[in-house]
Design a protein around this ligand. Structure first.
Ligand code: CTP
Length: 400
């Protein structure tokens, strides 16, 4: 069974009779663990209702460039969806859409996303045998290859016209297999290929006694998104994580920690990493003493004495090996730039992702975030879905 967990597949459906098979293809991608979104051309909706795809993908289907219901959304949606996708599969791909794609036309949402997307594109040309043999279509297929689009040849067999020949949409398994191979190839060619990447995520727990602890509401989502983004760029990722509720895929090689001290131990063991991304929300202090048994209220002090925790990131910064890239995170409620730059310098980091906690939909427990990335004379803002901005940040840092 193919494992596409954590992968974002954008499924493009164009106006051919094989569009009915795209619903099954969507299900197969989901069964392999991928998250799927669908964009359709207007003519594809003549073959299958968009509601079918919306229901199956549990997400709105993008068809029109101009969204009457939410005009502000229209201008950037194709960019966001293009950034969201790890792989764009157009199945079926008509002769008309193929022609538009190879000539840079973007007159609907599907073709606009195709131009904006940074991910690999897999085309499944599906049409009648006579059409596919036409020199114009053949020329366009050659052009598509020149542009680096991946093409899965149609299969031969019974066609909707009643004729026999090459033009059928390949079976879902075959499309999935090709998609998986393309993703693997892209990973191998990525800028982090053969690099050891350590990502930390989630909160620490500092025990007061066996039943009480000091912690914070970090969900680990930003760290997991960074880990996935590092892996998509080819990295050999190990995710060190605190107690979080998300299910973690095996390809992130998850290793659990509890306290800041446990994390420090792990960091020391992995100090040879080429890249370290410290997204964990580490407690700066822990209780001075830890009760062996549950502390009874009659015997409890009203003051909890604390002592400082080891700072893993500062330790890494102090003994940074040449070529190693250290990326820190900072949560700020005031003086974002000043505080972030101070931490960047003090901990000898290459990059710091600063979180402004004062805005809406940013920080702990949200799906979205607002991060300002600081590097050597660089200041760039990223706003939106954690999984999308993680990819943008990683591409910004590692150049792809
Ligand atoms: N960090 C760490 N070990 C600690 C504390 C923090 O490795 N004991 C890492 C975090 O994972 C994060 C960065 O350091 O990448 C945050 O820096 P820090 O100065 O600790 O930020 P704050 O805790 O927000 O500092 P302050 O309370 O001064 O704002």
């Amino acid at each position: 069974m193919m494992n596409l967990s954590g992968k974002h597949i954008l499924l493009g459906v164009t106006g051919g009779i094989a569009a009915y098979k795209s619903a099954l293809l969507l299900r197969e991608f989901q069964k392999a663990g991928a998250e799927v979104r669908v964009t359709m051309t207007p003519s594809a909706t003549r073959f299958v209702g968009s509601e079918t795809f919306a229901t199956l993908s549990r997400h709105e289907v993008a068809i029109d460039v101009f969204n009457e219901a939410d005009p502000g959304d229209s201008w950037t949606k194709h960019i966001h969806w293009g950034d969201w996708a790890d792989l764009f599969v157009i199945a079926p791909c008509t002769a008309n859409t193929l022609a538009k794609l190879v000539h840079g036309q973007a007159d609907n949402m599907l073709t606009s996303v195709a131009l904006a997307a940074r991910c690999p594109l897999l085309l499944c040309p599906t049409m009648d045998a006579e059409m596919i043999r036409h020199p114009a279509v053949q020329r366009n297929l050659e052009l598509a290859e020149e542009f680096g689009f991946h093409i899965l040849e149609p299969e031969s067999g019974y066609l909707a016209s009643g004729l026999e020949g090459a033009g059928r949409l390949p079976e879902p398994e075959s499309i999935l297999k090709t998609g998986n191979t393309i993703l693997e190839q892209a990973r191998k060619k990525g800028p982090l290929s053969k690099k050891k990447v350590i990502v930390t995520a989630g909160p620490t727990r500092e025990q007061i006694d066996p039943v009480r602890y000091i912690s914070n509401p970090s969900s680990g989502k930003m760290g997991i998104a960074m880990a996935e983004a590092a892996r998509a760029l080819g990295g050999d990722v190990t995710l060190l994580h605190g107690p979080i509720s998300s299910e973690l895929p095996a390809h992130l090689n998850p290793v659990k920690f509890q306290s800041a001290e446990d994390l420090f131990e792990l960091i020391r063991a992995h100090a040879d990493a080429d890249v370290v991304i410290m997204a964990a929300a580490v407690a700066d202090f822990r209780p001075e003493t830890r009760g062996e048994q549950k502390i009874k209220k009659e015997k409890a002090e009203t003051t909890l004495k604390l002592k400082p925790n080891p700072d893993s990131l500062a330790w890494l910064g102090k003994q940074k090996k040449s070529g190693q890239v250290l990326i820190g995170f900072a949560m700020e409620t005031e003086n974002l730039e000043e505080n972030a730059l101070k931490k960047l310098k003090k901990k000898n980091l290459d990059w710091i992702c600063a979180n402004d906690l004062t805005g809406d939909g940013t920080g702990f427990e949200h799906e979205t975030n607002h991060i300002t990335l600081f590097g050597d004379n660089i200041r760039e803002e990223f706003k939106g879905d954690k999984s999308i901005i993680a990819k943008q940040i990683m591409r910004r840092i590692f150049g792809k």
